[in-house]
Design a binder for this molecule. Structure first.
Ligand SMILES: [Fe+2]
Length: 97
């Protein structure tokens, strides 16, 4: 059974997949789209942490917090790749002046 919330998430995520699979999408545009997914992940994990804390489930909260930390690493990596792409783009723009 899919909950209404999961259905909304699936529909929203479909757009991300559509962008990634579109052959007109550049690599940097894919990274920007992945950033959207990672930011959504952050919010979802934070909501799960709050829910687990509200239930007083300390063991579950710890497990979810570890998963959230992994997502923080993903977000950091994607932001770093986008920053590197931006720097490369700037370098190319300066060299062609
Ligand atoms: Fe992630």
């Amino acid at each position: 059974m899919i909950t209404p919330c999961a259905s909304v998430q699936a529909t929203a995520s479909k757009g991300i997949g559509d962008v990634l699979l579109d052959p007109r999408t550049s690599f940097v545009e894919c990274l920007e789209t992945i950033l959207v997914a990672e930011l959504a992940d952050q919010e979802s994990w934070a909501a799960l942490v709050r829910a687990a804390e509200a239930l007083g489930e300390s063991s579950l909260t710890q497990k979810i917090t570890r998963a959230q930390q992994t997502e923080v690493e993903h977000l950091t990596k994607v932001r770093g790749w986008l920053e590197a792409a931006d720097q490369a783009r700037t370098k190319v723009a300066r060299s062609t002046r």
